[in-house]
Ligand binder design. Structure first.
Ligand code: FAD
Length: 410
């Protein structure tokens, strides 16, 4: 009987184990995770959970009893330390050896940090439940929080911190917030949103060094212009380092992620990689890409489950993502790398959409606070219909009018 071993009990690993059983896979399924928890949802970590509006158990992807009932053998709090591809065996830190016929690496990644701050007790990154539990203990009204990095996680945490009454300064070295992930009009929107929320947002700044107390805690962040940002705690939100060590040591191709083909298989046909750690060929543009999002982890888990069950599949969905900050939901779809026109659509209140066009077709869109418009944007990207940008920019013009008459169910 076939044995599937999954390393990494995060979103991708957890979804894969469940998807195999949902497909009536009859072999053994073993899920190994370094964290003490069963698979849980990470997005609430920088949102409702940090705010105190969600319970630890509510974050679990599935109730604990599901695993036993489905015959999924779960080892949490266990690290896979080596992989012998010739013998098809994974070794755990406990010394246990797990033999496999198919191995799936779903090892995700860890938060990037700043070397000089690694040992400071009041410096935090957020990737795991334990990270947030530690951070929450320091989230007191009036405390001065300095956030390094104005990406999604940094800004989400800044918004929660304001809601809890902290004084927040955000430091970003690029000349705008969310520079890596959104268009300039959307950056301006979020910069203003945070400024209105009482955050001191500073873009285009370079950190020179840090000041420490004798306890080892950081007390201030010194900027290149000499300014000192006094800090009671520091949150570093500067991205993710994919956890590729196991794959690399086993001689698999690693290049900012584990390189896989369109079926998420490595050069070793018995080994797959999925989720944040996988670098796979973009079906439309051919180049390799790595995506850090829940929809991506879920789709890849389902694709690999199908392939293992004898129905080879590959990723076809258009990527999408969301972020919640204050009362604003930002939703993003598609790839914004290749475009020749940017169209801005401003609605009432806090509605803003930005569309990226290539040869008259929408290839990506960012939509703030308008789920209906996002549904239409997703469909525009998926169908690739040619659109008139003057219609697209006109908030009075219904996006339904951009689809052929027979295809207006948006
Ligand atoms: P992970 O969830 O990182 O899981 C990998 C697991 O593998 C970890 O538990 C790790 O400990 C384990 N592991 C690693 N190496 C080993 C080993 N050698 N042995 C055993 N176990 C190992 N996405 C969205 O789409 N929308 C959002 O709003 C959003 N918000 C987010 C907010 C935060 C704070 C964070 C951290 C992420 C957010 N994401 C969001 C991203 C999303 O959570 C990730 O894309 C998703 O969790 C990826 O799942 P994964 O299984 O690939 O990796």
């Amino acid at each position: 009987m076939s044995r599937v071993v999954i390393i990494g009990a995060g979103h991708a690993g957890g979804e894969l184990a469940a998807a195999l059983r949902a497909r009536k896979f009859e072999g053994s399924v073993t899920l190994v995770g370094a964290e003490p928890s069963l698979p849980y949802s990470r997005p609430p970590l920088s949102k409702a959970y940090l705010l105190g509006g969600a319970d630890r158990n509510e974050l679990l992807l599935r109730p604990p009893e599901t695993y036993e009932r489905s015959g999924i053998d779960v080892h949490v709090g266990c690290v896979a330390t080596s992989l012998n591809r010739e013998r098809r065996v994974v070794v755990l830190d406990s010394g246990v050896e797990l033999a496999y016929d198919t191995l799936v690496l779903a090892t995700g990644g860890r938060a990037r940090t700043i070397y000089e701050l690694a040992d400071a007790p009041n410096v935090f990154t957020v990737r795991t439940l334990e990270d947030v539990d530690r951070l929450r203990k320091r989230f007191h009204a009036g405390a001065r929080l300095t956030v390094v990095g104005a990406g999604y996680i940094g800004l989400e945490i800044a918004a929660v911190a304001r809601a809890l009454g902290l004084e927040v300064t955000v430091l970003e070295m690029q000349d705008r917030v969310l520079a890596r992930v959104t268009a300039p009009p959307m950056s301006t929107y979020f910069h203003e949103l945070h400024t209105e929320g009482g955050v001191d947002v500073r873009v285009g700044v370079r950190i020179e060094d840090f000041e420490f107390a004798s306890s080892g805690e950081v007390t201030g962040v010194r900027l290149h212009d000499g300014t000192l940002v006094d800090s009671d705690l520091v949150l570093v939100g500067i991205g993710l380092v994919p956890s590729t060590e196991l794959a690399e040591a086993a001689g698999l191709h690693v290049e900012d992620g584990i390189v896989v083909d369109s079926q998420l298989r490595t050069a070793d046909p018995a080994v797959y990689a999925i989720g944040d750690v996988a670098r796979y060929p973009d079906p439309t543009r051919g180049m390799l890409r790595r995506l850090e999002s829940v929809p991506n982890a879920t789709e890849q888990a389902r694709v690999v489950a199908a392939t293992i069950c004898g129905e080879p599949a590959s990723c076809t969905s258009v990527p999408w993502f969301w972020s919640d900050q204050y009362d604003v939901k930002l939703q993003v779809v598609g790839w914004s790398a290749d475009y020749d026109e940017l169209v801005v659509r401003r609605g009432d209140g806090r509605h803003l959409s930005v569309f990226y066009l290539s040869d008259g077709r929408v290839v990506s869109a960012e939509v703030a606070n308008n789920p209906a418009e996002f549904a239409a944007a997703k469909k525009l990207v998926a169908t690739g219909v040619v659109v008139d940008s003057t219609h697209l920019s006109d908030p009075q013009f219904s996006l339904r009018g951009l689809f052929p008459r027979s295809d207006t169910a948006v």
